[in-house]
Design a protein around this ligand. Sequence first.
Ligand code: ADP
Length: 371
Amino acid sequence: MSIRLANISKAFGNTKVLSNISVEIEPGEFFVMVGPSGSGKSTLLRMIAGLASVTEGRIYFNERDVTDLPSKDRKLAMVFQNYALLPFMNVAQNVRFGLENQDLSDDEKTERVEWALNLVHMADLSDRKPKELSGGQQQRVSLARALATKAPVVLMDEPLSNLDAQLRTEMREEIARLHREIGMTLIYVTHDQVEAMTMGDRILVLNDEKIQQLGTPLDLYNHPANEFVAKFIGSPEMNLLPITVNDEGDRFSIGDAFWTDNAFVLPFDLPAGSYHLGIRPEKLVPVSIANPDTITAKVKSLQQLGNDTLIFCDYDGQSLVSRVPEQFTVAVGAELNLLLPASADEWHLFNVDDGEQIVAAPEEGAATYGA
Ligand code: ADP
C-alpha cells in the first residue's frame, strides 16, 4: 500500500508541531522517520494511524483519502515502545487478541497466531504470560500480534527503545528480516540515527516543524542538506569549521578572516566570503609530517574503541574530532598534524546564515586541491 501525506500540518492549540509535511511512501518500503525528541515524529505517525486528528492537509492510502477514516478502518497494525500486552493473557492469546476485529474463522485465527509466533521465534513460549518473558521476548510478541493481522501497513513507534543495547542490535536485524520476508509497508519512528541508518530504505529527518531532508541513508550521510542533518546523522558528529575564502576565490583560511600566511588551497573555485566547512571525522586524517595542507591541532583526549580511535583535538579554539580506523596512540597535549580533505566530495559547505548546504560543483579548469 502506498501512503501519501499532502501538506500535513499539526497544531496543539496555538502550538505548531508540524508544518507542510508532504511525502510519498512507496508500497513495501521500509520508511524511517527520525528526529530529536519533540520533533513531532509520534504525532505524524499517530495521524497516519488515525489516532490523532490532522489540523491541515490530507492523507491518502493508495490514493484513497483516509484523512477522516477511523483508525480501525485503515488496515494497519501498530507496534509501540511499551509493547502494550495484556498481562492476564498468555502469548498466544495476546497475539490472537489482535485479530479480534477480523472476520476470520477460529481455525484461521489459530493458524495466523502460529504463523506469526513462528516468524518471531516465539512458538515455544506461547503459554507464557507477559511477566514471564524478557523485554525482548515481550517485544517479539507485540511484533507477532501486528504481523498476525497481515495488515499491509505496519507502524512502529520507537519499538526498541526499552531494550538494552545488545538486544536492540539483534532486534534491528529481526525487524529488517521480517520486513524482507513479508514485504509490508513499514513506517518506523525512532530518535536514534544509528537505527535509522541501519534499517531504513529511506529516512525522513524531522526538526523544527519541518522535513529537514528525505533520502536514502547514504544520501543523508554523503550529502546532508543542511547543518542540522550534517550533525544529526553520523557519530561522532561532523566537524564544522568557519572558513573565509579570498577575493580570488582559490584559497581559504580557517576563521572569520583571510590571512595570506595561513591559507590553504581550495579543492574547487568558490566565491569570496565566509562559509562553514564540514568534514567527517574519518576524513580528517592524522599525518606524521606537517605540510601545506595540514593543520596542527592539540590533542585533548582519546577514545580507543578497539577497531577505531577517536582523537578529540583543539584547533585555535575549535573542537575537532578525527576518527582513525585502527588502534592509534598519541599523547594527550601533543600536537597532531591533520590533513584537510583534498577531494571536493569530502567537503561539505554550508551557508553561514541559514546552515543550508552549498552545492559547489567543481568547475572545469578549477584549481585542484594541493596543486
Ligand atoms: P516526538 O515523537 O518527535 O518526540 P511528539 O510527536 O511526541 O514528538 O511531540 C511533538 C510535540 O507535540 C511536543 O512538543 C509535544 O509536547 C507536543 N504534543 C504531543 N502530543 C500532544 C498533545 N496530545 N497535546 C499537546 N501537545 C502535544
